[in-house]
Design a protein around this ligand. Structure first.
Ligand SMILES: [Fe+2]
Ligand SMILES: [Fe+2]
Length: 214
């Protein structure tokens, strides 16, 4: 991908610098996670330009999206219970999904100057949803295809589609690729993911299965 760099105002540039400094501190002990976060931020910015989404919001969402990955797993579970986050199953089963929701609840008080869309995108970057806004989809896809992620067939496919399919289609490919990864690895598949998959699949086919019944 090569897109012209967006031009930001002085306040936006100052905020980006501040967030980059903060995330460096937050993820100090996890250099790979830090590099991934900054890489997601650049990828999200580029995708946003391509798909007509606000690149500033995409970049800041990218910088912050894995903020709560700084926590050890046990702390993630403990904090999610404390915050009343309930995905309907034992939190240990969905531990890898919880950091997005935790960050979305903790970051607004640290950065009240950022709009709620940023925190919503961060909240949904692990689980996805059937009703994703464009910024949500930009962050979700960027998280999956940022260049530091080792290539797999699924990731390569999504990378190759950037700019040639709609953002909705790109999100679909990325979401399905994520499910395939979970199943291939014999990992636990969160039931909420199946619901989202079915909602997206039906919408994508224009409700063909439902219409076919009549
Ligand atoms: Fe994440
Ligand atoms: Fe991430």
């Amino acid at each position: 991908m090569s897109t012209p760099a967006p031009s930001y105002g002085p306040e936006q540039l100052a905020m980006i610098e501040r967030l980059e400094r903060d995330v460096q501190r937050q993820l100090e002990s996890k250099p790979n996670r830090l590099a991934h976060s900054l890489s997601v931020a650049s990828t999200a910015e580029e995708l946003a330009v391509i798909y007509g989404v606000d690149p500033y919001l995409a970049r800041v969402a990218g910088i912050l999206h894995d903020w709560s990955k700084a926590l050890p797993k046990g702390e993630v579970v403990r904090r999610s219970v404390e915050l009343g986050i309930d995905l309907g199953v034992d939190p240990w089963l969905v531990q890898p999904l919880l950091h997005g929701v935790i960050a979305s609840k903790e970051l607004p008080s640290l950065y009240p100057e950022l709009p709620p869309e940023v925190f919503r995108a961060i909240s949904l970057h692990t689980t996805g949803a059937a009703d994703m806004e464009p910024l949500d989809m930009v962050l979700f896809v960027s998280d999956g295809i940022e260049p530091l992620r080792p290539a797999s067939a699924g990731i390569e496919k999504v990378r190759s589609l950037v700019g040639s399919v709609s953002l909705e289609e790109l999100y679909w490919e990325s979401f399905v690729g994520g499910i395939v990864y979970v199943i291939d690895g014999g990992r636990y598949l969160y039931p909420g993911t199946i619901e989202v998959y079915n909602a997206l699949a039906l919408r994508r086919r224009g409700g063909a299965e439902v219409a076919g019944k009549n």
